[in-house]
Design a protein. Sequence first.
Lengths: 313, 550
Amino acid sequence: MDTAIAIENVVKTFGATRALDGLNVEVSTGEVHGYLGPNGAGKSVTIRTLLGLLRHDSGTVRLLGGDPWFDAVDLHHRIAYVPGDVSLWPNLSGGEIIDYFGRLRGDLDTAKRDDLIERFELDPTKKSSTYSKGNRQKVALVTALSSNAELLLLDEPTAGLDPLMETVFQSAIAEAVAEGRTVFLSSHILAEVEKLCDRVTIIRNGRTVLSGTLDDLRTTTRTSIVAATGRPPDGLADEPGVHSVHTDEAGHVHVQVDNAQLADVMRVLASFEIISLVSQPPTLEELFLAEYDVSTPVRNAQMPAPADPEARL
Amino acid sequence: MSTLTAGDTTSPTQAAPRQARQPEPLARFWTQLRFMARRDRVRGPVWVVSFVGLVAASAASVVGLYSTPEDLQSYATVAQANAAIKALTGPGYGLDAPTQGAVVMNEVSLYTYVAIALMCIFMLVRHTRAEEETDRAELVRAAPVGRYATLAAAITWVFLLSLAISVGNSIVMVAFGLSAGGSLAYGAATLATAWVFIGVAAVTAQVAASARASLSMAGSVLGFFFLVRAVGDMGNGWMTWLSPIGVAQAIRPFADERWWVLPPLVVLGTALVVAGWMLMGRRDLGAGLMSQRPGPAEASESLDSPFALAVRLQRASATGWLAGITIIAFFMGLVADQADAFADNEAIAELFAQSGQGTITETFLATVVLMLALFASGFTVAAVLRLRSEEIAVRAEPILATPVDRRSWLWSHLGVSVIGSIVLMLSGGLMTGLGYYAVTGDPDQLLALTGASATMAVGLIVLATFTAALFGLSARRSIFAWSSVALVLVVGLLAETLSLPQWVRNVSPFEHLPAMPAASFDLVPVVILLIVAVALEAFAVFALRRRDVG
């Protein structure tokens, strides 16, 4: 089985709201897949549908080769879940809750559990009503990561964690991947996705807007170039594939170039006697913003470059 | 609390002088008060209307049953004959020369005061500590809201609700033709009791380690005062005066009102409110003065299924219900042999005659068993509705994300409800039998009553599965299961008073079960109701498997 998650054309409505509106997501076995979208895009609805908690209206959803709605119980032996908003029983201790879920899953691994509790610096004897958001998150993470599940469904798992704990989380995910597990990671933290994920899907209003490896995404978009040239680059803006050309006070020219036309544009640029050149692929953040904000120049807008040119030099 | 003032000579270099007060401790009080009224726009009116409605219905039944001086006298004789009856109603103020007002008070006043105390405890903790546990209070306090504004608004809001109930109760009494002075005294006593328990809850909400602990601490105080006055009323008169509830009864509405008893209650309530107010300034938001004890680092072996968790979550409340039903049942058993005395009253004899074919004592015992079942129905429905609060608090979702079938999850709290209801009824029947045995030395009823209450438990199972069926359809709307409790209560207690048509009575499962020990056991209704329960459970599972969860 090469495909861990296959979501095709899925629609899920709540009354008049279309939470998922023809969504397509594909996650291969063994990869870490980043799932991005702004608040309310439908990320949590997707994960709850994958868990068989919500029943979609149309389209097909396959999870580890099964139907998440009808085969929920069987499939749940093979997955572990970290909810976005961790709600615990106030008068149970964190340790009790971790053990309880381990027993429900049927694969409580005490050695792994103790190791994770130590690494996440969680005090398992505290009643969960006294935990902070970050500590509640740790309970959910220890629960999921100490299981032997093939697939981890993580809904914004690091919300509330401090940077040190985020590092612990990232190494734990790396270990999970080394063991051959698949990770589906919904997140807002783009740096984390860039660091961890092989492929990403970006959704908006319940639809997929971008999907692929980070390299794929970058080549379908633009590279930003800052150059100092011997002669003023007259006519550069008229070349095909060139966008938002402007020259700053220092005389550096800033330009966005469609990656398909990169070679041609470089030849033209060279004819203006390049003195120095910095080129940057778009960051995930730029890709992300480009999908949500027409005012950013990565894909299709004709707008001035970012206000801080020094950052590129 | 430190009390630095401008004129204080304390060195100004001393680190961060702790001022006793914020500049505006009550900032945004009115906003908070309006917000509480908005949150309770359904809950508040439901409390007021159902409270006053129940008082009105009880008063109506008393006024209807005891209309002649002879009826009143026979009631008075019985009510004062037995210490156990006094424990359950009060010392019987004014029953030496009984009037309808005095009899109404003997029947309703104790329960009025207990019920309003419970309302004050629930509502005050709901708006204070329970809010803090949801982190909502943090958002509120991050706004320019005074430290004391929420507590002050909660106290005011609960006081206003109590005022509405008290005024309603007074109007009801006047409406039944009772004297205005006595009606006013009854309303005032209700309000004074409310004020005391607003104070109790205002203190426990600061002291206890969690909202739930504040509730049970305040509830224990109420239970303690109930028992103290029971002991006092049964003989040791001065102990009555150690309990605010006993003192509230001692205001004697309709029996030469003693208005001077009122101020001590008001003073006590005010002192408690002030104490709560001062303690509020000494604690952190979300934490009580008593700290949470640490729990075990690992779960015990037995915590391995949704049912085990449900037992764990509900065992404290189930124990409370069990203690309550055990005590009530025992007292009911103690007074059962007095039932013959009531038979002098034609109306009561008639009431008993139509509900069974046994002796008056047996009929009374059958009524006791029904009462126990009606009482336990509160537990039955509340226990199933834990599913609702679990789902709404998003705690169902992670459980259902593990290999737990929806039916097993449904049965976690449904199982606690069904098993708990059976245990409550069995112990209720047994304790009634023991009480009866203690007075009469007659052991025959022991087994009969246990069997009778086990039979009545079938009705509770129907209620439990009905609640589960509603939950299967929709978590939020399953709250309407409480209307089924209201219905069985009205049918069980007021069917005659309200002359309900037969088809309405037939809706209550308890109407179909044999009224043992007055009637003999009948297998047919038991089997039919069990089939109904199985069908409701199947429907609940069917519906739950088809809907979205979370």
